[in-house]
Design a protein around this ligand. Structure first.
Ligand code: KIV
Ligand code: ZN
Length: 561
């Protein structure tokens, strides 16, 4: 690469030593305006057709967006036709304002007025470029020149809107000094003030001043300084609603919008999932859910985010990345062992403590809040720890493995991930569990058995076990008694070359697979060398499950030791 300083002109920040925005907090959502159907649409390889735009429009309405820029009606017949369909088809709810964009040019302004005929609530949005660079290389004019373009357009718009306003239409004005971020701040103030005056803005009838980072060219803190400076210098500030329109060229659009609001902006233009020119517009979903996870109601409903993603991907033909905040396929998934462990502990803490707050490490938002509760949070690859496989067994299959069995099963799963070199689906983890433990039915097998049970005068239970076992081709009888079925069976097999094991622990619970309720028993034995052996037995009979579990542990031990 060429030395950077020889090629690129660095951004020159304004000096704002007494800035106040760093000490402010975001306590309320901005006025949201969606520009999906205009800025988003104009950035697509195949722009949306009327039906697709209509579907996205209704989706935005369902989310709760009240101001929607529906297009650039003077730009193409499709744009014009869509706006006519919206209005004539009665698609616009009474509490939703449509916004139309137009360049500050006479014939386009006239055409745009025709397009909005019949609409009840409209924001008439006009713009011209004001930046130093655009003045120099595109328009070959000075500040006075671009100011004149804006003021002339404002005059015409005010004039043409008189009959519309008299007809009772709620028509408001919006002006964008396009490429505001590259405009000298005093010039931006001068141009915007002139536009406010020409439009007759008052505190009762405020005009939206939309300040875009048409191309993001500086760090968000410098932009926030610009906004604070602009607002402080604007004489008619009380007659304006300050709006932001961040793009994302440096990948800082969200930060720009957030810091810009701290600096005093009250409105944000954004798109779903950040679609838009080049690297996109600022992402409305991220902005809104960032507020939500800080305890601020964003006044937008993303509780069905997967549905919104499906509509978005279908109509725009764009793909959402796996790591996209809040919506990406992998954003609620932990592969790393320590993350899995902490999520597991957090989930248990939530259940046991009854806390009303979301307190799960590594998950900044409850997946259920965006309708993603049924997705696997923990997925298993070679990075996963011992708890991950147990988590999958519990969440996907209802097996609550005892804690001291987690390391052994975790190693079995990890050996498999190392072998195959990729992620293991949950079903494969179940298969490993089954083949390792449940299917460990040889060389020892229980052929048949019976229990006899009585309780003595002191309330103690006495159980006698009589059964037939098979070891390879040999069939033999065993008998034993104890204080319960497990004790009786364990005593019965003692002395049958199976006596090198001591019984450490067991755990049993019900599992429901389909309509079938069964018992699963986890058995922990230890051999003479002090090695732990676990076994698992499943049966409809709660007395039989542990016996199968004991034989599973012994079979594994005699096979592997
Ligand atoms: O990015 C931009 O500057 C725009 C304007 C038309 C608002 O899209
Ligand atoms: Zn834009």
């Amino acid at each position: 690469m060429k030395p950077a300083h020889e090629k690129y002109i660095p951004f020159v920040p304004i000096r704002l030593p007494r800035r106040t925005w760093p000490d402010r907090e975001l306590k309320a959502p901005p006025i949201w305006c969606s520009v999906d159907l205009r800025d988003g649409n104009q950035a697509l390889i195949d722009p949306m057709n009327v039906e697709e735009k209509l579907e996205l429009f209704h989706t935005l309405v369902d989310i709760g967006v009240k101001e929607i820029e529906v297009g650039f009606p003077s730009a193409s017949e499709t744009e014009y036709a869509f706006i006519r369909t919206l209005i004539e088809g009665g698609h616009i709810p009474d509490d939703v304002t449509i916004q139309v964009l137009v360049q500050a040019r006479e014939h386009l302004i006239k055409k745009t007025f025709e397009a909005i005929d019949g609409a009840k609530h409209v924001i008439f949005h006009f713009y011209n470029s004001t930046s130093t660079l655009q003045r120099k290389v595109v328009f070959h004019t000075d500040v006075a020149g671009v100011k004149q373009i804006a003021v002339d357009a404002a005059r015409l718009i005010r004039e043409l809107s008189q009959p519309v306003l008299e007809a009772g239409v709620d028509l408001r004005y919006q002006y964008s000094p396009e490429s505001f971020m590259g405009t000298e701040m005093d010039a931006a103030v001068e141009i915007c003030q002139a536009v406010l005056e020409e439009l007759g803005a008052t505190p009762e009838r405020r005009v939206i001043l939309n300040l875009p980072t048409t191309v993001e060219n500086c760090m968000p803190n410098y932009f926030a300084d610009e906004i604070e400076y602009f607002i402080a210098k604007l004489p008619a500030r009380e007659s304006a609603i300050i709006s932001l329109h961040p793009h994302n060229d440096r990948g800082e659009g969200v930060a720009t919008a957030e810091l810009g609001q701290l600096a005093g902006a009250e409105r944000v233009e954004a798109t779903l999932f950040g679609n838009g020119e080049r690297t996109g517009n600022v992402d409305m979903v991220t902005l809104a859910l960032n507020l939500y996870t800080q305890g601020v109601d964003p006044k937008l409903d993303f509780s069905q985010i997967n549905h919104i993603r499906d509509v978005y991907e279908r109509v725009t033909k764009m793909k959402i990345g796996e790591r996209q905040p809040y919506v990406g396929e992998l954003v609620f998934t932990a592969f790393s062992g320590s993350h899995q462990d902490a999520i597991n502990k957090g989930t248990h803490y939530m259940q046991e403590s009854g806390t009303e707050y979301w307190e799960v490490p590594y998950l900044p938002i409850d997946p259920a809040d965006v309708g993603r509760e049924y997705e696997p949070i923990i997925r298993i690859n070679s990075q996963s720890g011992k708890g991950g496989a147990a988590f999958v067994m519990q969440h996907d299959f209802g097996f609550d493995l005892p804690k001291n069995m987690h390391p052994e099963f975790g190693h079995i799963v990890q050996a498999e991930t190392d072998r195959v070199g990729k992620e293991l689906p949950a079903q494969r983890i179940y298969e490993l569990f089954q083949s390792e433990y449940i299917d460990a039915a040889a060389p020892y097998q229980l052929v048949r058995h019976s229990f006899a049970e009585f309780t003595d005068e002191e309330g103690h239970s006495h159980v006698t076990f009589a059964g037939t076992l098979r070891h390879k081709e040999t069939v033999f009888q065993v008998n034993g008694s104890g204080n319960g079925p497990i004790d009786a069976f364990f005593n019965a097999i003692h002395g049958q070359k199976m006596d090198r094991f001591t019984f450490v622990d067991y755990k049993e619970h019900a599992i429901k697979r389909g309509s079938d309720s069964q018992a699963v028993a986890y058995i922990h034995l230890q051999d003479q060398a002090g090695q732990d052996w676990f076994g698992v037995g499943i049966s409809h009979n709660i007395n039989l499950a542990p016996l199968k579990g004991i034989l599973s542990a012994i079979n594994r031990a005699v096979t592997f030791s």
